[in-house]
Design a protein around this ligand. Structure first.
Ligand code: TXE
Length: 507
């Protein structure tokens, strides 16, 4: 078995004993009296490093650094060509360091490293390239309808952005927050999850190597309650982008309300994966497996509620369960692993609690349903399939965020739609059918930000991404990011001697 130590040595890496924040281009010093959190490798549960918590004073200093960099203009007023070339150089460096980034991500988040190096790490590079392209073609607006006047609408960067990255896909998601704020000239203070700090620090180092001025991205580390709360509650930030859970989002929003700081939220989902009776069965099974078991189910777009039409239900369930039982669960550093552990121990317990609750609420267990303690001390859970009769079970209403899926049988399209929409979330949906008309009719009535038809995730960065209801506020996307991370401004110019009312001349 590949151990973390072996994988680290193979890539000639050295992990810091104590991970600290990164402000103004340098790692913060280790302080004797600071609180430290242990960072564990979820594949074995062993401690791989310590994380130093940044207290409110350290957070304030990071914000001040981002502010002074913003006001200094080295990034906020850099030409578009400069920002494009830094992004593109950083994207190239990310691709060159894909293996290292994949390993660092895997060491903290427990995602299979081969999957990371092949998919999620390149995605971080793609995010930067995409925004580099976008800022090269985005335009302001001009209105000429008012006779004698010309109106120009332009944008300027909002200022300092506070970015909160989650632990389930830190690189892919933090890089989207970084790209969509920095592209328009903002600076930022980024807080990674306390469980997954390593890959993000490397990403920031690569961006600085690519020419990003020091102080443009500052990283603070620590728990949500201390470091996160200090950042979210600061009066000196101009925007908050948060990816995480709804419970935390409510706290962040309450903190932001004190200063009316605009928020952008990418939260959870309980997405329906609908298999109609005219679906290509093999494709539907392949896709449904990917939709729930990618990232061990720790993914906001998980297709965690499979709805299958009665006529094909028996065959679908039989094949789906057989393939689920054949999934390779194990060490995320092993090349063949398909399903890794949960990212951290408390989350492992949380997912196991969901499973027990589903059993006690009467869901029928078709496979899995337990921890894989036979695999050692890692946070493994057997991929789990339940059959349910009701969408009201907590299993169908609450985001489990693990390798756990429910299957419910439906009779007709209206039935499927009403189950799919019966959720406080509305992030995405998937449907499998050979009738495009059927899929389109479904698309018009599904309350979700994205519908994938006959495919698992295929991300088009041009399209908006985000959710209805409790799945979030706002959308990722180029135009949407421009709207959120800039202040829009109108300038109205008289083109000649347009009349002006004469006041003070009544005598
Ligand atoms: O992460 P949290 P949690 C969902 C998933 C999961 C649930 C809870 O269902 O089970 O959320 O996740 C920081 N002020 N998603 O609680 O709390 C924290 O340090 C400011 C969906 O384990 O959302 C971390 O950096 N910040 C999701 C970040 O918030 C605070 C991804 C996210 O942590 C804070 C992750 C505070 N008071 C979980 N408290 C997705 N959309 O992909 C915590 N934080």
């Amino acid at each position: 078995m590949t151990t973390p130590q072996q994988a680290i040595a193979d890539l000639d890496l050295t992990l810091p004993e104590v991970i600290t924040g990164h402000v103004n281009g340098v790692a913060l010093p280790v302080k004797e009296d600071a609180i430290q959190h242990a960072v564990h490798f979820p594949g074995t549960g062993e401690q791989i490093a310590l994380l130093q918590e940044d207290d409110p004073e350290a957070v304030a200093a990071a914000i001040e650094c981002a502010r002074s960099q913003f006001q200094g203009g080295a990034w906020s007023q850099a030409s578009t060509a400069t920002r494009q070339s830094v992004f593109r150089r950083a994207a190239t460096l990310i691709r060159e360091h894909a293996e290292v980034l994949g390993l660092l991500e895997s060491l903290c988040a427990g995602l299979p490293s081969s999957h990371l190096a092949a998919r999620q790490v390149p995605r971080a590079a793609d995010n930067l390239d995409f925004f580099a392209d976008y800022i090269g073609v985005m335009a302001g607006e001009t209105f000429e309808q008012l006779p004698g006047y010309q109106t120009n609408v332009t944008r300027q960067p909002a200022g300092v952005a506070a970015l909160f990255a989650p632990w389930n896909a830190p690189l892919a998601l933090a890089s989207m927050q970084i790209a969509s704020s920095l592209a328009f000239g903002n600076t930022c203070v980024l807080k990674p999850s306390e469980f997954t700090p390593l890959s993000i620090l490397k990403l920031v180092a690569l961006m600085e190597e690519a020419g990003l001025p020091s102080g443009t991205i500052n990283v603070v580390n620590g728990s949500g309650a201390v470091t996160g709360a200090a950042l979210a509650g600061s009066k000196d930030i101009d925007r908050i982008a948060f990816t995480g859970g709804g419970h935390t989002a409510r706290q962040v929003m309450a903190a932001a309300a004190a200063h009316l700081t605009p928020v952008h939220f990418e939260l959870g989902g309980k997405s329906a994966n609908i298999v109609f009776d005219d679906a290509d069965m093999e494709r539907a099974i392949d896709g449904s497996l990917v939709n729930i078991f990618s990232n061990s189910g720790q993914i906001c777009i998980a297709g965690s509620r499979i709805l299958v039409q009665r006529g094909i239900a028996e065959r679908f369930m039989k094949d789906f369960v057989a393939r689920t039982e054949a999934l390779i669960v194990g060490n995320p550093l092993a090349a063949k692993t398909e399903v890794g552990p949960m990212a951290f121990k408390a989350h492992w317990h949380r997912v196991l609690d969901h499973i027990e609750r589903a059993k006690s609420e009467g869901a029928t267990l078709l496979c899995g349903g337990e921890a894989r303690t036979d695999l050692g001390d890692g946070y493994f859970i057997a991929p789990t399939v339940f059959q349910v009769d009701s969408n009201q079970l907590s299993l169908c209403q609450e985001e489990v965020f693990g390798p756990v899926v429910s299957i419910q049988i439906f009779d007709d399209d209206d039935d499927a739609l009403s189950i799919a929409n019966d959720s406080r979330y509305g992030l995405v949906g998937y449907c499998w059918t050979s009738s495009l008309a059927r899929a389109q009719a479904f698309q018009q009535r599904l309350n979700a930000g994205t519908l994938w038809i006959n495919t698992p995730l295929a991300r088009d960065l041009r399209a908006p991404f985000g959710g209805f209801k409790e799945s979030g506020i706002g959308r990722d996307g180029p135009r949407q990011a421009a709207e959120f991370f800039t202040e829009e401004k109108a300038t109205i110019t008289a083109l000649g001697n347009t009349p002006i009312r004469k006041l003070g001349q009544s005598n």
